[in-house]
Design a protein around this ligand. Sequence first.
Ligand code: NPW
Ligand code: ADP
Ligand code: K
Length: 503
Amino acid sequence: MKILTATQTHQLDEATIQQQHITSLALMERAAQALLRWFEARFHADKPADTLVLCGPGNNGGDGLALARLLHEAGYPVRVVLLPADKYAPDYEHNLHLLPKVLSVRKLAAKSLPILDADTLVIDALFGTGLSRPLSGLAADLVCHLNDSGVRVLAVDVPSGLLANAPQPDPKAPVVQATYTVSFGLPKLAFLLPQNARYVGEWHVEDIQLSAKFIAEAATPWHFTALAPSPDVQLPQRRQFAYKNVYGHALLLAGSRGKVGAAVLASGACLRGGVGLLTVAVPGCGYDIIQTTRPEAMCLPDAEADFISVLPELTSYQAVGIGPGLGQHEASRAVLEQLLRTAQVPLVLDADALNLLGEHRELLDLLPPDTVLTPHVGEFARLTEKVDDDYRRLQLLRDFTQKHKCIVVLKGAYTAVGAPNGQVYFNSTGNPGMATGGSGDVLTGLVLALRADQRLDALTATRLAVLAHGHAGDLAAAHTGQAGLVAGDLVRHIGPALQALMR
Ligand SMILES: NC(=O)C1=CN([C@@H]2O[C@H](COP(=O)(O)OP(=O)(O)OC[C@H]3O[C@@H](n4cnc5c(N)ncnc54)[C@H](OP(=O)(O)O)[C@@H]3O)[C@@H](O)[C@H]2O)[C@@H](O)CC1
Ligand SMILES: Nc1ncnc2c1ncn2[C@@H]1O[C@H](COP(=O)(O)OP(=O)(O)O)[C@@H](O)[C@H]1O
Ligand SMILES: [K+]
């Protein structure tokens, strides 16, 4: 699913109106109907005692007016407050005239900000994708009043004051802190960034049949990988006469004294990820552990007891993963360097392999094309630079993948998979229960399994692994709850998660 800019979203509106031979008013009605559907599904069992619709002067305000009418017709108590402006959008004016006369409608004045009770549900239809400057004056006062009141807010399309796809020009200007954001057609980039979470709240996208042709042709680096209604990326079925070589033989180098668990988790995920064969290289201290916990895997113990010091012969493998629990011993760094210099097969680098790369950045020049790196934000900062702004980090991600011709999985909520051509795919699955030690090791094993799979290209394999990993987390959390989730639970749910992605 693509993510478009605010400008493209307006063009998409225009294209929809032209291609479907409808009026802009009809499209606004569709948007309002979609909002009503969401509203009724969400609040049917707990109807708000008071719904206050705040309307700005543009089409976002027009959506609010149309929704106010529909809510009234559906029997909800509704009040409308209008933000005064010099000019109003034509569809706003039209919907204002359509409001039933019995509705309470008043124009906002500086000295009479609306009274907000704890059980008021506010619908924020002040500004959407047409926001052209930071909020000031009466609009800013209203938004501050709203945020201070602590009432529930449903933002229409975008929380007012938030730009859909760019950093805030004035970080001090107020932005509505919505409880829910219901947007149209496609998710907005702003929804996916941690710095905006307190504004966006729980967000949803409602389908309003926008032009599929325009979306298909629109150029954008941003994508959202959805699981439902059908997965954006799919795993081919295993053929009836398949044999294990089709699914590849993977080599995993992982573990050091005290961190052999990382090798156990990653190898478990690789096996559950459907790999044909797995060999795990561990320090001597890990041999019995791997042989006992992962009887399906072969094990190569290093001559050193506590860390990996020798790169195994690589000829038998279709993919190699290195990093979970590896430690940063100089001998392990040398193994990593030799791997980068000699490997002829796909590589997956995680954890200490990334920390070693960060410490020895000259090694970045050795990355074979399509190598997959799986840093969390801290590891990514060690590879690039530490930044506080999420938009800036996304730019660094695109620069890095294009420069090094690699795939970077920037982990977190909405994990961003950066491709060598600069495209970025945000993941839709996963939950905060996965913020627990070892979750990343599980992802490494799963990416490794799918990189060894001879049927998948590098980007598809990586996106599939990230999608399945998050889905495994969601399936696991349904049993354990988020707090009770441990990384081993992810491994156990990889099978059903992959099944959900089968073509
Ligand atoms: N495909 C879709 O997604 C569909 C989208 N639809 C809806 O359309 C919405 C976009 O509508 P929109 O283009 O009219 O812009 P909107 O956000 O109402 O604001 C523009 C007005 O606000 C003003 N203004 C701006 N900034 C300001 C500020 N800081 N302080 C004060 N004023 C400010 C600006 O004035 P100007 O900048 O010209 O001075 C203008 O008057 C979109 O979010 C969605 O809700 C649906 O109806 C149909 C399908
Ligand atoms: N809040 C969250 N929502 C969704 N996924 C998350 C969240 N927090 C963490 N995750 C996922 O869990 C994994 C954590 O990886 P990482 O930080 O490397 O853990 P570890 O180093 O302990 O193995 C990543 O795949 C990340 O995307
Ligand atoms: K809004």
